[in-house]
Design a binder for this molecule. Structure first.
Ligand SMILES: CC(C)(COP(=O)(O)OP(=O)(O)OC[C@H]1O[C@@H](n2cnc3c(N)ncnc32)[C@H](O)[C@@H]1OP(=O)(O)O)[C@@H](O)C(=O)NCCC(=O)NCCS
Length: 159
């Protein structure tokens, strides 16, 4: 069995929506999880920089979305930053899927000339807080119920 990282496409939507519903059921997701939402907000979002996934033997183990923060976005992220979201199939957690996805997203952010990436995490989600911290994100603001972490793309550039 080998894990492959690639861009998410429309044909992946049923699987992506399928495990988002598992995350919703376990209380870890509050946003919509239906196929139409996944297609519009991750695969075909006009602000998309990259939406990549990890697949193993035809099973999508997780995906990561990186989008441009548009002026007036509902999260209050500065325009020009990117916004990241990570969604891992519960049965595939802690296998390095999120780590593999961030390598792709980080490179995509660099290529797109993005200086900073925002991750807005529910304050009661210790796994996600630990994940983003391990990827190099640091807390920069704490609106009610959220912990917003920032990754400094420009400052972490290796060469
Ligand atoms: C949080 C989440 C994104 C992590 O993804 P993952 O693929 O399980 O993470 P990885 O296996 O790549 O872990 C990378 C590092 O993150 C940290 N980490 C990940 N999960 C962790 C956990 N449950 N507890 C503590 N640290 C954790 C560790 O440092 C880990 O490195 P290590 O395994 O070598 O110690 C994933 O579990 C998930 O999708 N959770 C539910 C949905 C969600 O909360 N998304 C984020 C919304 S903001």
């Amino acid at each position: 069995m080998s894990m492959e990282t690639r861009d998410a496409v429309v044909a992946d939507v049923p699987q992506m929506s399928g495990f988002l519903k598992e995350l919703t059921a376990s209380g870890k997701r509050k946003s919509p999880d239906d196929a139409a939402f996944v297609q519009a907000h991750y695969i075909e979002d006009p602000g998309k920089i990259r939406c990549s996934l990890v697949e193993e033997d035809g099973v999508v183990l997780g995906f990561q979305s990186l989008k441009r923060a548009e002026a007036g976005n509902k999260w209050g992220v500065a325009p020009g930053w990117a916004i990241i979201g990570t969604h891992i199939r519960p049965s595939a957690a802690r296998r390095g899927v999120g780590r593999a996805l961030f390598q792709v997203s980080r490179a995509a952010a660099e290529a797109a000339g993005i200086a900073k990436i925002d991750a807005s995490i529910a304050a009661d989600n210790p796994e996600a807080l630990a994940y983003y911290e391990a990827m190099g994100f640091r807390t920069y603001r704490t609106p009610e119920g959220l912990i917003c972490k920032c990754f400094d793309v420009a400052g972490s550039r290796t060469g």
